[in-house]
Design a protein around this ligand. Structure first.
Ligand SMILES: Nc1ncnc2c1ncn2[C@@H]1O[C@H](COP(=O)(O)OP(=O)(O)OP(=O)(O)O)[C@@H](O)[C@H]1O
Length: 237
């Protein structure tokens, strides 16, 4: 369960989030949509304690992230697939993560298998990985502790069509098992296929939220997205 309640964030005069409220329940994949600079990454960073909200509260499993007992087993995050050290191998990165959580080495092999990185690929340094391989590694890292909540910032970026299809199956399986997934993306057609709920933001404000059917309004998510974001821009002008 993820809950944002009236979250605002101001960076030196820039209002990145303005009274953002929404919930991601267990067994839900919520697509988090908004134009560049809308505030998606900021909201995710606030949620996992990487920056502090100016007002309001964001909680995971009923608590602020900083107060979770075992965060590595409760929340999996992928906020920046490029964040890993380029000189480490994929296997080293997952092994470090597994050791930090006190997990056996066998979990590293399970996760590599889950995200489709071969033994050979896992022994290469990340500096030589494609973006899609980094995304797979980042998703694997997020899944190490079998968390109940997943926060993924543009995880489909750079994945090829097979990769996108694989990720769809993976996320559906996780949500069927009760996981709460918050997923930001600019790939509206993909979000339409994988998510059950949508939150659209523009200029830091929630523009609309509901099921994919409600927001598609029989015309597709893209039409609703373009109409709502254009309206938000006109109102701000
Ligand atoms: N550290 C920061 N300092 C100042 N302003 C920031 C900072 N981080 C983000 N912002 C501003 O906050 C607003 C929201 O940015 P954010 O990165 O959250 O948007 P986003 O929806 O994730 O965008 P994108 O789709 O381009 O990744 C933007 O105006 C951005 O310039």
């Amino acid at each position: 369960m993820i809950e944002f309640s009236h979250v605002s964030k101001v960076y030196k005069g820039v209002k990145a989030l303005d009274e953002v409220s929404f919930t991601v329940g267990p067994g839900s994949i919520t697509g988090f949509l908004g134009p560049n600079g809308a505030g998606k990454s900021t909201a995710m960073r606030v949620l996992v304690g990487l920056c502090r909200a100016t007002s309001g509260s964001a909680t995971v499993l009923g608590r602020p992230y900083a107060e979770l007992d075992r965060p590595g087993f409760q929340v999996g995050t992928l906020l920046d697939a490029a964040a890993q050290h380029p000189g480490r191998t994929g296997r080293e990165i997952l092994t470090l993560g597994a050791m930090t959580l006190g997990l056996p080495r066998s979990r590293v092999d399970e996760v590599l298998d889950l995200v489709g990185l071969s033994g050979k690929e896992s022994r290469r340094t990340v500096g030589g990985y494609s973006l899609g391989m980094r995304q797979r590694l980042g998703i694997g890292h997020a899944l190490l502790g079998r968390p109940a909540v997943l926060v993924l910032d543009e995880p489909a970026n750079g994945l090829d069509p097979q990769g996108v299809q694989w990720m769809r199956g993976l996320l559906r399986g996780l949500s069927d098992a009760g996981c709460s997934v918050l997923l930001s993306s600019h790939l509206l057609h993909e979000v339409e296929r994988v998510a059950d709920r949508i939150v659209m933001i523009g200029r830091g404000r929630v523009l609309a939220q509901g099921t994919v059917e409600e927001l598609s309004r029989g015309r597709g998510l893209e039409r609703t997205f373009l109409d709502l974001t254009a309206h938000a821009d006109r109102s701000a002008a």
